[in-house]
Design a protein around this ligand. Structure first.
Ligand code: SF4
Ligand code: SF4
Ligand code: SF4
Length: 272
């Protein structure tokens, strides 16, 4: 049973969040929501321990599909960054703001960019594309994400300042159109850069929150340098161009690691 400590621990963490929010917010939704996500993550980790190659994808599709289709489309909850600004400005500490706090702002202190590897509904689709490992060197255009981040803030601020009516409906359509733009932009960029994760590296505004927080992540890939033979196989399979053999926090692209464990699975010396 010790082998399954990680899935049981993740399930326990999510159940704690689920019960705490259920009781403090007096809303059964939180119990069901976080229990479901915890079970999906625990299932993925269990499949990984059983050496199923599609383990991460199972969690990604279960969580990403649920958030996009159920929370976003059916429940009209804008879970994109515009939704976060919207609920923040209205002072509502509900689903979208809680989601950002747990998955994208404070969660990365514990599990880094785990959201990006196991739950994001944008990457859930992009990971079906054929460029799983970048076929071109990384481009120096990461500044675009700051412009997208600022644009999302300006867009929601403008809605509030202009006092337009029926903001709920506008935010719902912003969610639909925003996602379509993300998918279209992500697929085009992946094909141009020959890199499934090009959107994540250059465009995604959420990384403005996640990168600085995941710098301090408790959970991270480390290298046992006494075992490493510098064969370079790990770096060749990394979708995010991380130098995982460097144990320092300042490692190259360290805050981009999505904890996909491709490098760990590939290392012939079990050094990672
Ligand atoms: S960087 Fe953005 S698009 Fe990519 S996986 Fe993370 S949240 Fe999703
Ligand atoms: S291959 Fe390793 S270093 Fe690269 S993103 Fe996956 S877990 Fe992180
Ligand atoms: S694959 Fe393993 S042995 Fe090879 S460079 Fe990476 S950590 Fe070292």
């Amino acid at each position: 049973m010790r082998k399954y400590t990680a899935p049981m621990l993740m399930l326990a963490i999510f159940e704690t969040i689920a019960i705490a929010l259920w009781l403090t917010k007096d809303n059964l939704f939180y119990l069901l929501n976080f229990s479901y996500i915890g079970c999906a993550i625990a299932l993925g980790l269990t499949l990984y321990l059983k050496k199923y190659s599609y383990a991460r994808r199972v969690t990604q599709l279960l969580v990403g599909g649920y958030m996009l289709l159920y929370l976003g489309v059916i429940c009209n909850e804008n879970m994109q960054i515009e939704g976060f600004w919207y609920y923040l400005f209205t002072g509502v500490f509900e689903a979208a703001t809680i989601h950002y706090a747990v998955a994208k702002i404070f969660g990365p202190l514990l599990f880094g960019r785990g959201w990006c590897g196991y739950a994001c509904w944008t990457a859930m689709i992009l990971d079906f594309l054929p460029y799983k490992v970048p076929r071109q060197p990384r481009k120096n255009i990461g500044w675009i994400k700051y412009i997208v981040f600022a644009a999302s803030l300006v867009f929601v601020s403008a809605l509030f300042l202009s006092r337009v009516g029926d903001l709920e409906t506008i935010m719902f359509w912003a969610f639909i159109v925003g996602n379509l733009l993300y998918y279209a932009g992500g697929i085009v960029l992946a094909c141009i850069c020959k890199d499934n994760r090009a959107f994540c590296k250059y465009i995604c505004p959420i990384t403005v929150f996640m990168k600085p927080m995941s710098y301090f992540s408790l959970l991270r890939i480390t290298c046992d340098t006494s075992k490493c033979i510098s064969c370079g196989k790990c770096k060749r399979v990394c979708p995010m161009d991380v130098d995982m053999t460097d144990n320092s926090r300042k490692r190259k692209n360290g805050t981009d690691c999505i904890l996909c464990f491709e490098c760990v699975n590939t290392c012939p010396k079990k050094a990672l």
